[in-house]
Design a protein around this ligand. Structure first.
Ligand code: AHM
Ligand code: MG
Length: 352
């Protein structure tokens, strides 16, 4: 009889191999159509991540992996070959999914439509295919950022106007970090979870569940080369951390890497407005809103400095926002310097 069969210790896995698609279904506690869709969508994102990770791991060894294409994108930034490769990977992976009607990316002026998917695929994928692309040529970490939104309306004129809503409308968000290991972090509104790619299995396996962003951390992450380009309030904050013990500056040039550190260890990442770019550099729909969704889901905060980031309603697809994101106490500290300067300005402007 095998009724009371017990696996021997040699056969038992040393951890529960929880895959991403199973995790999505378990969190939603459903096998209904919406849960199946989200599970399949996350699976496709994972596939894109594996393909990009494989390409990055051979960068320099195979042709056309490093360097610039010679083109600029819609924001006037120089496009790298890796940006184009990763952008196309997401498109081809989602063409086959049947679920996604449009993809909007930092690298494309207008969304890419997959008409054959549109009758059934009422989802849009928003993504930054390679975040931190200046790191590609020097073999440092980069990432991909994504968000999934449900399409509302038919978008027959292809204006994608329904995407111009606040970040609370995101159904799911996350990122893939291509570092010493490839890590996928995501949320579907039920906490934040991290998966690590096991190359021998070709699967992302759950490695951290319900991540809680510490209320305070020692890391502050900002490009201090812009010091004289900032508002005085941001200079006030950096002077504060310089003069108080217990802060460490950490800035890698890739938002995903810097955010990942803060997610696990606490602290704050800032990309404030500068004289040249009053709204900062980072894009709301592809970068700051997805990470804001994760930060809040993990118990942290994300702000423009004066407003909750998830409340910002864009007026255009490629809109930028200033961002202050991370531990609740550290975000509040930055905001307090901003408020203090605003009060001063109001007092000066008020008639005496
Ligand atoms: P990218 O998506 O074009 O690479 O730009 C976003 C990146 C972020 O990853 C990073 O935090 C920031 O730009 C770095 O910009 P800077 O060099 O101005 O500090
Ligand atoms: Mg990019």
């Amino acid at each position: 009889m095998v009724d009371d069969y017990q696996p021997s210790s040699e056969q038992t896995l040393d951890r529960d191999c929880m895959t991403l698609s199973r995790h999505v279904l378990l969190q939603l506690q459903s096998f209904g159509p919406d849960a199946q869709d989200l599970s399949a969508l996350m699976n496709r994102i994972a596939l894109a991540g594996k393909l990009i990770a494989r390409h990055l791991s051979r960068a320099g060894l195979v042709a056309d992996t490093l360097g610039f294409t010679g083109r600029t994108n819609v924001q006037g930034e120089d496009v790298k070959k890796m940006d184009v490769f990763a952008n196309d990977v997401f498109i081809s992976v989602f063409k086959q999914s049947g679920l996604v009607c449009r993809l909007a990316s930092e690298e494309m002026e207008k969304p890419y439509y997959i008409p054959e998917n549109c009758p059934i695929g009422r989802y849009t994928l928003l993504y930054d295919p390679i975040d931190g692309s200046s790191n590609v040529d020097i073999n440092l970490n980069v990432g991909s950022i994504f968000a999934i939104r449900r399409q509302t309306g038919d978008d027959l004129d292809r204006s994608a106007a329904d995407l111009l809503t606040h970040g609370r409308d995101q159904l799911a968000a996350g990122y893939i970090l291509y570092g010493p290991t490839t890590v996928l972090v995501y949320s579907i509104g039920h906490g934040v979870h991290s998966f690590t790619l096991d190359p021998s299995l070709g699967e992302f396996i759950l490695t951290a569940e319900n991540i809680q962003l510490p209320a305070h951390g020692s890391n502050y992450s900002v490009n201090e080369g812009n010091f004289w380009q900032w508002e005085e309030s941001i200079r006030d904050f950096t002077r504060y951390v310089h003069r108080h013990e217990g802060y460490s500056s950490r800035y890698s040039g890739a938002l995903v890497g810097d955010f990942h550190r803060i997610l696990f260890q606490g602290g704050v990442f800032l990309y404030p407005g500068t004289v040249k770019n009053p709204h900062g550099k980072l894009r709301l729909l592809y970068e700051t809103a997805p990470l804001a969704f994760l930060a809040e889901q993990a118990g942290g905060q994300a702000s423009t400095g004066t407003q909750r980031l998830l409340d910002v309603v864009p007026t255009e697809l490629h809109q930028r926002t200033p961002v202050v994101i991370g531990s609740a106490e550290d975000v509040a500290l930055v905001e307090s310097f901003i408020q203090e300067r605003l009060r001063e300005q109001e007092a000066i402007a008020a008639p005496s």
